[in-house]
Design a protein around this ligand. Structure first.
Ligand code: SAH
Length: 369
């Protein structure tokens, strides 16, 4: 039954206007609907008091506001909260809330699993299952705001969104771009362009395409200063090597009139954390609109990698800064609940025993990119 209804959560403003007109209302009803849905977090059409009664009745028949269903919620000692959300009877995905004094960041997923097979990422180990829909992507933010107790008219708990959860957002371009539009629409979540960050492992053609579509902030998972090493760590590099990737980044900045691109660099002990790597990175990035975010590696079961020592990370950062490349170290958050970077796997307790919707959870096949 509910499958036939239109989920308003996934519709961009023009799509919602078209829906309102098609449903016999006026286009401006879309504005009212968006305000109820995003500014006030309301899903119940009956509660949308400034809409005509007949229109509300029609909405109830034809539409719904459906966010993903929560399977579990876990809280970290540091205030980070992770929700496991249902994708279907057997699959789940994760979304992570990271509170900071002046902002609330939500790290959202764009796919169930991932096909890109980065050597140090636990999401890669589960392989790719499917793309999330626009409604499921936007629904993570909508849900988190509600769960965190948003109040109409007050500042919403989620002030920043990073597409850094499970999946490669640019491999789900078709659903991710409208989701970003809804996040940034002033009638939608109304989050400014600097507070919505898309992180990619480096799908070069899609970076160029993105530059024509939306103007969110861009982060790129670099992780190595040369092709030989990056080929191993981020296999997509074999298709789109560093020079090509950086050219796309500088194009993005220019086209978007953005400040810079953030380059993520996971610190792997003895692999990519040598001072020489830092000096090579300076050569690559100096003089360009680039910032570097060093991410201490977060271990997961079965990994061959270890986190670089604090001293090595500090030295690496200092070499970058001294070379004129702004670098910061990302503070690890939520690692006690497996919510830190690279630890998201949509794990449903124990895959072999947990049942969702009465069906057995099957182990996921690993797909190589
Ligand atoms: N697929 C996108 C989005 C994931 S973002 C991308 O690759 O950018 C998550 C960030 O955490 C990426 O920079 C990713 O490379 C990094 N990461 C993955 N596994 C990690 C781990 N185990 N420890 C620390 N960072 C990790």
């Amino acid at each position: 039954m509910s499958n036939e209804r239109v989920n308003l959560l996934g519709l961009t403003r023009p799509e919602l206007e078209a829906f309102a007109v098609e449903a016999g209302g006026k286009a401006f009803r879309a504005r009212q609907l968006m305000s109820w849905i995003y500014k006030r977090g309301v899903a119940d059409f009956a509660a949308m008091s400034d809409l005509a009664k007949e229109f509300r009745a029609l909405l109830e028949q034809r539409a719904e506001v459906r966010a993903p269903q929560i399977v579990t919620a876990r809280d970290s000692a540091d205030g980070t909260r992770k929700w496991l959300l249902r994708a279907d009877a057997t699959q789940a995905f994760e979304t992570v809330y990271i509170p900071e004094p002046a902002r609330g960041t939500l790290c959202i997923s764009s796919q169930v699993g991932c096909a890109l097979d980065c050597a140090f990422c636990s999401t890669a180990q589960q392989g790719f299952n499917r793309n999330l829909s626009t409604a499921e992507i936007v629904g993570q933010v909508w849900l988190a705001n509600r769960e965190l107790g948003m109040e109409p008219g007050e500042r919403r708990p989620i002030t920043n969104v990073v597409l850094m959860g499970m999946g490669e957002p640019l491999a789900n371009f078709r659903n991710v771009v409208p989701a970003i539009r809804i996040l940034m629409d002033d009638l939608g979540f109304d989050i400014s362009r600097r507070r919505v960050t898309l992180s990619t492992s480096g799908l070069v053609p899609q970076i160029c395409k993105l530059a024509e579509e939306v103007n969110c902030a861009l982060a790129v998972s670099l992780h190595a200063p040369d092709d030989e090493l990056r080929d191993q760590l981020v296999p997509i590099n074999r298709k789109h090597p560093i020079a090509e990737l950086l050219a796309a980044c500088w194009h993005y900045v220019e086209r978007q009139n953005a400040r810079s691109v953030t380059f993520e660099y996971v610190m792997l002990d003895g692999v990519n954390d040598h001072p020489e790597h830092a000096r090579e990175l300076v050569q690559l990035l100096r003089g360009h609109p680039a910032k570097v975010n060093l991410i201490p590696f977060n271990p997961f079961p079965g990994t061959q990698y270890r986190r670089s020592g604090e001293a090595a990370i500090g030295r690496f950062r200092d070499i970058l800064n001294a070379g004129g490349v702004i670098a910061t170290v990302r503070r690890t958050r939520g690692d006690d609940i497996d919510a830190a970077c690279g630890q998201l796997v949509g794990r449903v307790a124990d895959r072999t025993t947990t049942r969702l919707g009465g069906r057995k959870i099957l182990p996921v096949r690993v797909v190589h990119a």
